[in-house]
Design a protein around this ligand. Structure first.
Ligand code: ZN
Length: 165
């Protein structure tokens, strides 16, 4: 079930049981019911579909994990040296590892095979190559929690159309 932060931004997805407990304890309010009911020993409760926390959870978003795929996505599958868009990419350390370049968002870019071969363990200055733009960490995406999840119709008003697909 969709859990919204106090400011209505989706926070996570939880089980029906957990949602009922949060509402029951007064930690969240019910925003929307889903189809159906749950029977407990003492009562019949509507199945919640969306709940909203009554307090603000700060910094709930995990920073994006550094991986080859994430770097290629950030760089839009474009070689950061020659600007060619290709699926044939490698992960390039701007300051090479053997020159103690770090394995961080700020020191890795997508590079095509050709540029990678040409650069060959040198810094861009040594290889006389120019980066298209300064690499940096991508913004943490608050809607990442919804990736590969079934999104219920009643959740849509709380989700920007750009992340629905
Ligand atoms: Zn290239």
């Amino acid at each position: 079930m969709l859990v919204l932060n106090l400011n209505y931004v989706p926070l996570n997805i939880c089980t029906v049981r957990r949602a009922v407990v949060l509402v029951g304890k007064g930690k969240a309010e019910l925003m929307e019911n889903h189809r159906g009911e749950i029977r407990t020993v003492t009562s019949v409760i509507d199945v919640p579909s969306i709940i909203r926390l009554v307090y603000m959870v700060k910094k709930p978003f995990l920073p994006r994990k550094l991986s080859k795929k994430e770097v290629f996505l950030r760089d839009r599958f474009t070689c950061q040296y020659c600007g060619k868009k290709t699926q044939d990419l490698t992960l390039d350390h701007v300051i090479p590892r053997r020159q103690h370049g770090s394995h961080t968002w700020e020191n890795v870019v997508a590079a095509c095979n050709r540029c990678n071969l040409h650069k060959a363990g040198r810094t861009p200055v040594e290889a006389n190559m120019v980066l298209h733009k300064e690499p940096r960490a991508p913004d943490p995406n608050p809607y990442l929690i919804l990736q590969n999840r079934t999104i219920l119709e009643e959740w849509l008003p709380y989700i920007p159309w750009t992340v629905r697909g």
